[in-house]
Design a binder for this molecule. Structure first.
Ligand SMILES: *Cc1c(COP(=O)(O)O)cnc(C)c1O
Length: 462
């Protein structure tokens, strides 16, 4: 199994290399050269299996000989042992044909833990073998950062730097990043928005002297290992509501297009997914793209679902690559247009393909609050604002096909919005109950590439 870049010119890599590399050297994203399929019988056999069993069956064909079978199975078991629910990703019923996939039972209460805990295990196994030391730099709209810190804190061969937009993450999110005490953890509050954080990170990867000098590794959602780990729960949940014997649809609260692209991979592997519905908040670039056929960047307006406050949706490039029949030259041109002109227009053939697979919708701030309030009445579920965006959009896409909406974070991560909608202050789970009492450690940094690079070099030299 080899991995190729969406921009067509970077070298082919193994799974291990693609995972450690993050961004390809031509600026593209790595995707598997072929997408392995699972048969009807293989998918049917997942009914009643443990999350870990399904995870192994889904991911094993993608990892080549990076790990032995036993080793890989051990890494999966270790990754999910710290989750607070035996099912790992339990399914709740909201209405007769609408289900909620709870992805917030990991250590930092958001779906990012599913991928990051596994990536942490895989990086550690790989670095132990090679004796290398790496520098992880991540950009976060809030949840990736805490999940990455949780996965890599205290590891002796890793320094982890997390860039988050100053003042634009929730207090729980910020404290999860700033209260870990390990020396290898560095939380950086950048003066800018999430797109600025992500742009700074991309610039660091494209500065090859810096990249090679610090052994830069990426764990953002462009990392193929993360997408892969997220494919698993599309299978476990679809099988629970009747796949592969009947089709299922999914609604996915979307920002960087990582989670929903994992759903696309599940579909390509043979899972009978009818529609993959993109749900955005008021920062609705992806919804507008699907409606108009053009991607046009606007400013980011902060919302109550901050993890989706984004205009440059990195993983959309992977979907575009598939929509253009894997034509890396065209993808590179479109991405250049986005960077230089702030927009690009998708060809008719490619937009037809995207509309065939994906549907979309958006929720305003008011609609998001309303979805939190009305879901509490309908089913008794307390939704986080991101999950509420999903439920709002899913309700508009109901059909006779079962709909599964992804609940991407625990309501206690966004208590202000939840309390405003319902009057209920969602309590933090016991393992985090003292979060507000722990001292914080954070550095405020300017949106300046050279200054950031100097700071990172200084910190890792210590
Ligand atoms: C990251 C995140 C999202 C968006 O996921 P993408 O993979 O970036 O599309 C949605 N909700 C929450 C709570 C998140 O943390």
């Amino acid at each position: 199994m080899h991995y190729i870049s969406t921009r067509g010119t970077a070298p082919k890599l193994t799974f291990e290399e693609a995972m450690m590399t993050g961004l390809a050297r031509d600026g593209g994203l790595y995707v598997p050269e072929d997408i392995p399929g699972l048969s009807h019988a293989q998918i049917a056999a997942m009914a009643g299996q443990s999350y870990e069993d399904v995870a192994y069956a889904v991911m094993r064909p993608f990892i080549g000989d990076t790990f032995t079978d036993d080793e890989f199975r051990g890494l999966i078991d270790a990754a999910y042992a710290g989750f607070n629910h035996a099912a790992r990703a339990p399914l709740k019923q909201l209405d007769s044909n609408h289900f909620l996939l709870e992805l917030f039972h990991g250590p930092t209460l958001a779906f990012k833990d599913f991928a990051m805990q596994l990536i942490g295990q895989m990086f550690q196994a790989s670095l132990t073998r090679s004796g290398k030391r790496i520098t992880i730099v991540g950009a976060t709209s809030g949840d990736t950062g805490s999940a990455a810190i949780e996965a890599f804190r205290g590891l002796s061969n890793v320094d982890v730097f997390i860039l988050f937009p100053h003042g634009r993450v929730s207090e729980v999110q910020r404290r999860q990043m700033t209260t870990p005490t390990e020396d290898n953890v560095h939380a950086l509050a950048l003066d800018g928005d999430f797109d600025d954080c992500q742009a700074a990170l991309k610039d660091m990867f494209n500065d090859f002297d810096f990249r090679d000098g610090v052994n830069l590794a990426g764990v953002n959602s462009i990392n193929w290992g993360r997408v892969l780990a997220q494919v698993v729960y599309f299978f476990t949940s679809a099988v629970a509501v009747g796949a592969p014997h009947r089709p299922v649809s999914f609604t996915v609260p979307t920002g960087n297009f990582g989670d929903i692209f994992a759903g696309y991979i599940a579909k390509r592997m043979g899972l009978p997914i009818d529609k993959l519905v993109i749900a955005t908040n008021q920062n609705d670039i992806l919804h507008r793209t699907l409606e108009t056929g053009a991607q046009v960047k606007e400013g980011v307006t902060p919302s109550i679902s901050p993890s989706m406050d984004i205009q440059v949706s990195s993983n959309f490039e992977r979907a575009l690559f598939e929509a253009y029949g894997r034509d890396g030259v065209t993808v590179a041109e479109q991405m250049d247009d986005l960077k230089s002109k702030g927009s690009f227009t998708i060809s008719q053939g490619a937009i037809d393909m995207l509309r065939d697979t994906f549907a979309s919708g958006r929720a305003s701030e008011e609609e998001t609050y309303h979805a939190i309030t009305s879901e509490l009445t309908r089913s008794g579920e307390l939704l986080c604002p991101h999950s509420a965006v999903g439920v709002h959009v899913a309700d508009a896409h109901q059909s006779d096909v079962p709909m599964i909406t992804l609940a991407t974070a625990h309501p206690a991560k966004f208590p202000a919005a939840v309390e405003k909608a319902t009057g209920i202050h969602p309590p933090l789970p016991p393992h985090m109950a003292d979060l507000y009492d722990r001292p914080e450690r954070v550095e405020r940094v300017p949106n300046d590439l050279a200054a950031l690079q100097t700071l990172i070099k200084e910190r890792i030299a210590k």
